[in-house]
Ligand binder design. Structure first.
Ligand code: NAD
Ligand code: ZN
Ligand code: ZN
Length: 346
C-alpha cells in the first residue's frame, strides 16, 4: 500500500510503498477514508536526531477515520464495513487513568512502548491503518468522514481544555483563543456551543481572523505586542476568565498571562516551547495555568455528538496522498485555513 512517511531527520515526508498490514489477534484493520494534518507533525519533523523519540521511518497521521476492512482473531463489537473514528492517544487500557477513559494520561504507555498512530505507531496517512484495540474506535454514525476526522484531535483537544474551564465561563465571562488555525477555529465553535461567554480571537493574519469571525468569534485582535492591552480594553480592564493558547510560544504565553482575569485560567495547548512564570507579581491573583494533552475516550464521543447536532463544522481543504507533502508545506507556511485533510484512498 501507499503511505506518507517521515524517513530522514530534517527531510520532507515522502510517499512510499510499504507492505499491506494484517490484523493480529485483537487488532482491527481500517481502510482509511480521511486523515487530518496537524501542526504537531511539523514540530515532530523539526526535532533533532539526538532526542528524536520514535523509530524511523514513521507513517504520519494521528487523526484518522476509516471503514473496518478486517478483524483480527477474537475481535468483537465492530463489524466489517463500519465507519469509525480512531481515538488516537492509546494507553494500556488498565491503569487507573485508562480506567477513567483518560488514555491520553495513561500511566504505563511509555514503559510499555505504546504510542499513538502517527506519533510512534504507523499512522493514518496510508491506505490502511492497524488499530490496536476496538475500544479505540468510535462509530461515525452518519458524520461525514472528511468533516469528522479533525474532530479526533483538532476537536477533542480544545474540547478537553474548554470542558475543564466551563465553571469559569459563566454568562458575562470572556474567553480568549490565541491561534485560530486547525484547533483554534474549532475551539471558537465549541465555546459558542457550550457557553455564553464572549469570545475574543487572536491571530497574526487577517485571513485567519476572518475565519474566526465567520465561525463565531465576537471580536478579533491582531496578535502583536499591543494585543494584551486591546483585550483588556475590550473587557473593561477585567481580562479573560479563560485563555486558550493554541500557539504556546513565548510571545503568546506572555499575552495569555497578561490577559488573564483574577481567578482566571490559562491553558497552554500549543507546543511552541514557551513558558509562563507563575508566582506573586507574575500573574493576577489565583490564576491557574495548565498544559493539557489531547482528551479522553468519552470526550471524543461527546465531540462527535456535538458535531452531529450541527454545532461544530470544521473548515477543511482536501488533498490526495500524493499531495500530502504539499499540505505540510502549506501548513508550515500558514496558508491552510481550517484543517487540511488527506484522502489516502481518494
Ligand atoms: P495551525 O497551524 O492549524 O494553527 C496555528 C495558528 O496559530 C495559525 O492560524 C497561525 O496563524 C497562528 N499563529 C501563529 N503564530 C501566532 C501568534 N504569535 N499569535 C497568534 N496566532 C499565531 O496548528 P494546529 O494544528 O491548530 O495546532 C496548534 C498547536 O497546538 C500546535 O502547536 C500543535 O502542535 C499543538 N497541538 C497540541 C495538542 C495537545 O494535545 N496539547 C494537540 C494538537 C495540537
Ligand atoms: Zn495533533
Ligand atoms: Zn493506562
Amino acid at each position: 500500500m501507499k503511505a506518507l512517511q517521515y524517513r530522514t531527520i530534517g527531510a520532507a515526508p515522502e510517499v512510499v510503498t510499504v507492505p499491506d498490514p494484517e490484523p493480529g489477534p485483537g487488532q482491527v484493520l481500517l481502510k482509511v477514508t480521511a486523515a487530518g494534518v496537524c501542526h504537531s507533525d511539523i514540530a515532530v519533523m523539526s526535532w533533532p536526531a539526538e532526542n528524536f523519540p520514535y523509530d524511523l521511518p514513521l507513517t504520519l497521521g494521528h487523526e484518522g477515520v476509516g471503514t473496518v476492512a478486517a478483524l483480527g482473531a477474537g475481535v468483537t463489537g465492530v463489524q466489517e464495513g463500519d465507519s469509525v473514528a480512531v481515538y488516537g492517544p492509546w494507553g494500556c487500557g488498565t491503569c487507573v487513568k485508562c480506567a477513567e477513559g483518560k488514555e491520553n494520561y495513561c500511566l504505563r504507555a511509555a514503559e510499555l512502548g505504546i504510542h499513538p498512530p502517527g506519533l510512534g505507531a504507523p499512522g493514518a496517512m496510508a491506505e490502511y491503518l492497524l488499530v490496536d484495540d476496538p475500544r479505540h474506535l468510535v462509530p461515525l454514525d452518519g458524520l461525514d468522514p472528511v468533516a469528522a476526522v479533525p474532530l479526533t484531535d483538532a476537536g477533542l483537544t480544545p474540547y478537553h481544555a474548554i470542558k475543564r474551564a466551563l465553571p469559569r465561563l459563566v454568562p458575562g465571562a470572556t474567553a480568549v483563543v490565541i491561534g485560530t488555525g486547525g484547533l483554534g477555529h474549532v475551539a471558537i465553535q465549541l465555546l459558542r456551543a457550550l457557553t455564553s461567554a464572549r469570545v475574543i480571537a487572536l491571530d497574526v493574519s487577517e485571513d485567519k481572523l476572518r475565519l474566526a469571525r465567520q465561525v463565531g468569534a465576537h471580536d478579533t485582535v491582531l496578535s502583536d505586542a499591543r494585543a494584551a492591552q486591546a483585550v483588556r480594553d475590550l473587557t473593561g480592564g477585567i481580562g479573560a476568565e479563560a485563555v486558550f493558547d493554541f500557539v504556546g510560544a513565548d510571545p503568546t504565553v506572555r499575552t495569555a498571562g497578561a490577559v488573564a482575569a483574577v481567578e482566571g485560567e490559562v491553558a497552554i495547548i500549543g507546543i511552541g516551547g514557551g513558558s509562563l512564570p507563575v508566582g506573586f507579581g507574575h500573574l493576577p491573583f489565583e490564576v491557574s495555568v495548565n498544559s493539557p494533552y489531547w482528551g479522553s475516550r468519552s470526550e471524543l464521543s461527546e465531540v462527535l455528538a456535538l458535531a452531529r447536532s450541527g454545532a461544530v463544522s470544521v473548515h477543511t481543504e482536501t488533498f490526495t496522498l500524493d499531495e500530502a507533502p504539499l499540505a505540510y508545506e502549506r501548513l508550515h507556511a500558514g496558508t491552510i485555513n481550517g484543517r487540511a485533510v488527506i484522502l489516502p484512498n481518494g
